[in-house]
Design a protein around this ligand. Structure first.
Ligand code: P5A
Length: 437
């Protein structure tokens, strides 16, 4: 892609409510545009990053055996009346009437709808366990949408649902998701801490939030440094190892504001190890047994011939929120650096161009073609601007690698730079391995 052709509406004027870095940067770099409070259009660069996150989330869900489907955004009110959440959900639910006067709603979550799908097809314990997920827009009429994509009214969520014969099996599904979440966040370059959490309007008695550390986070968190030593890669994907993983995490003190107890914190965590900071919730998982399956009559025939309610859990990842959260975690002194796994481009070529000298541009076009042939997603900055303006712009866009084509580069040696560090001269053949390693 040539920068001169890219739809990248960089803006300088920020609205006064853009208070945190990720919100400011996403507006400045033309990643999103607000259409009304808490509702955004995703412009090409923003969408590209979000789609890459979505794909990583999808791959990690598939790896643990979850199956993708797609439910609609608009749901009928009846199933929510059956579960008794229609009234309880209150003002956050956007309620709609169709032309026949039927009550509908824009889904804030999908426990009811998935239970309805499940009850109409699965009748026997032999078909269990099952894990189903979709990645779909949600709507919550938040009282105070803020921080850009972090607390929106319309947002993109991966939500998965597990179905098991009994509680013991349901906890195995819960642990599999727990594992998958840690793997997912790792691939996104994030260190997420699982924390026992309250269940709120979703309900149930077992729940974890996955929180990444960031000063601008909405949740205050209290934990022990030693939690960072627990590495998901040290566990296998089998029942015992997954159980051990969850127990290892649970044995370290970690709490958000609502669950925090000073006495316990001081007793369990030495002063040197105490971490008190803020964080962003990027995922949330729940086990709620038959909270929905019972009222919705989702029963299966068990081995012993008796009918039993299916035991369920639900598991959310804020895909659109992650775009903002990753910026908060990576932004440093006016420079953005995307993790390679989700960067809008693999590398940018920045030639020094002037009216009288088009030689660097010609050299760059050749490099561009070569990289394209190697399947590298490359941006060529062919805009006629001086180098300091160019660098400023690329600090904002955040592509992690730059090839600078100026008087110093030769046919064989090119100037290569990782954003936010010093450049060096390398052989062109090494570029691919540098970028993809
Ligand atoms: C779990 C999946 C649920 O809705 N039902 C289905 C359960 N959980 S949750 O915690 O309420 O949301 C899951 C994740 O979605 C993101 N999220 C949001 N992102 C942007 N704007 C919002 N207003 C918003 N609300 C929730 C969070 O990442 C949350 O962890």
């Amino acid at each position: 892609m040539f920068l001169s052709k890219l739809f990248l509406p960089i803006t300088k004027n920020l609205p006064s409510d853009a208070k945190i870095k990720s919100h400011q940067l996403m507006l400045r770099a033309g990643m999103i545009k607000q259409s009304s409070a808490g509702i955004y259009s995703w412009l090409p660069i923003g969408l590209k990053v979000m789609k890459k996150i979505e794909e990583i989330v999808r791959e990690e869900q598939n790896k643990i055996g979850a199956q993708e489907l797609l439910m609609p955004t608009i749901q009928p009110a009846e199933i929510w009346k059956e579960s008794k959440r229609y009234e309880d959900y209150g003002e956050e639910m956007l309620r709609i009437k169709d032309r026949q006067g039927r009550e509908m709603l824009y889904g804030p979550t999908n426990e009811e709808l998935i239970t309805d799908i499940f009850r109409s097809s699965i009748k026997s314990y032999k078909s269990l366990p099952q894990m189903l997920y979709h990645i779909q827009w949600k709507f919550r009429d938040e009282i105070r949408p803020r921080f850009g994509v972090m607390r929106c009214r319309e947002f993109f969520m991966k939500d998965a649902y597990s179905f098991d014969v009994d509680e013991a099996n349901a906890k195995i599904s819960y642990n599999k998701m727990f594992y998958s979440y840690l793997k997912t966040f790792k691939r996104l370059g994030l260190q997420a801490i699982p924390m026992a959490a309250d269940t709120g309007p979703i309900g149930g008695d077992l729940s974890h939030e996955f929180i990444i550390l960031a000063e601008t986070g909405e949740s205050k968190i209290y934990t022990d440094k030693s939690i960072f030593k627990i590495d998901v890669n040290n566990y296998n994907f089998d029942i015992k190892s997954l159980e051990k993983m969850r127990n290892d995490f649970s044995s370290v003190y970690a709490a958000t504001d609502d669950k925090f107890e000073q006495i316990k914190f001081d007793k369990l965590v030495t002063k040197q190890n105490q971490i008190i900071t803020k964080g962003i919730e990027v995922g949330h998982i729940f086990y709620f047994g038959d909270k929905y399956s019972k009222p919705l009559n989702c029963f299966i025939d068990n081995k012993d011939g008796k009918k039993n309610s299916v035991k369920m859990g639900s598991y959310g990842i804020g895909v659109s929120r992650l775009v903002g959260a990753i910026i908060e975690a990576n932004y440093e002194k006016e420079v953005m650096k995307w993790p390679k796994s989700i960067s809008p481009f693999d590398v940018v070529i920045i030639p020094s161009i002037s009216k009288n000298n088009k030689e660097n541009l010609t050299k760059s076009l050749k490099l561009y073609d070569d990289l394209k042939k190697q399947n590298i997603d490359v941006l060529l900055d062919d805009v006629d601007e001086n180098m300091s303006q160019k660098f400023k712009k690329h600090d904002l866009i955040g592509i992690p690698y730059q090839i600078i084509v100026g008087s110093k580069s030769t046919e064989s040696k090119i100037e290569f730079k990782e954003i936010n560090s010093e450049s060096s001269f390398i052989d062109f053949k090494e570029v691919k391995s540098k970028i993809k390693s």
